[in-house]
Design a protein around this ligand. Structure first.
Ligand code: SF4
Ligand code: SF4
Length: 93
């Protein structure tokens, strides 16, 4: 299966490492393995894999993650994946 990737360098995903308590929820719920938890701290392994679904931020118990979830962008990624074209949601973001 072709790997899903977001447009490079545009993901709004941010992680406040000092606030993270290392519970592992982000890595559990992320469909694209964006997070790795090591020594009780989450790390963003590859921000460009994030499709801004918002699951990690919704499930983080200490609000250490911020992401601007964009349904249109996620749809564009899926459409691009299915059609083999460059993802484009026309959101201007
Ligand atoms: S917003 Fe979704 S795809 Fe992006 S890091 Fe969070 S769970 Fe993973
Ligand atoms: S869900 Fe939040 S607190 Fe838990 S490991 Fe991820 S960033 Fe840290």
């Amino acid at each position: 299966m072709k790997e899903l990737r977001y447009l490079q360098g545009v993901s709004t995903l941010t992680l406040d490492v000092p606030t993270c308590i290392g519970c592992g929820m982000c890595s559990l719920v992320c469909p694209h393995a964006v997070f790795l938890v090591e020594q009780k701290k989450a790390l963003i392994t590859d921000r460009d894999r994030c499709m801004e679904c918002g699951a990690c931020a919704r499930n983080c118990p200490v609000s250490a993650i911020s992401v601007k979830a964009g349904v249109g962008c996620a749809s564009a990624i899926i459409k691009g994946w299915l059609t083999g074209s460059e993802p484009n949601c026309d959101c201007g973001g």
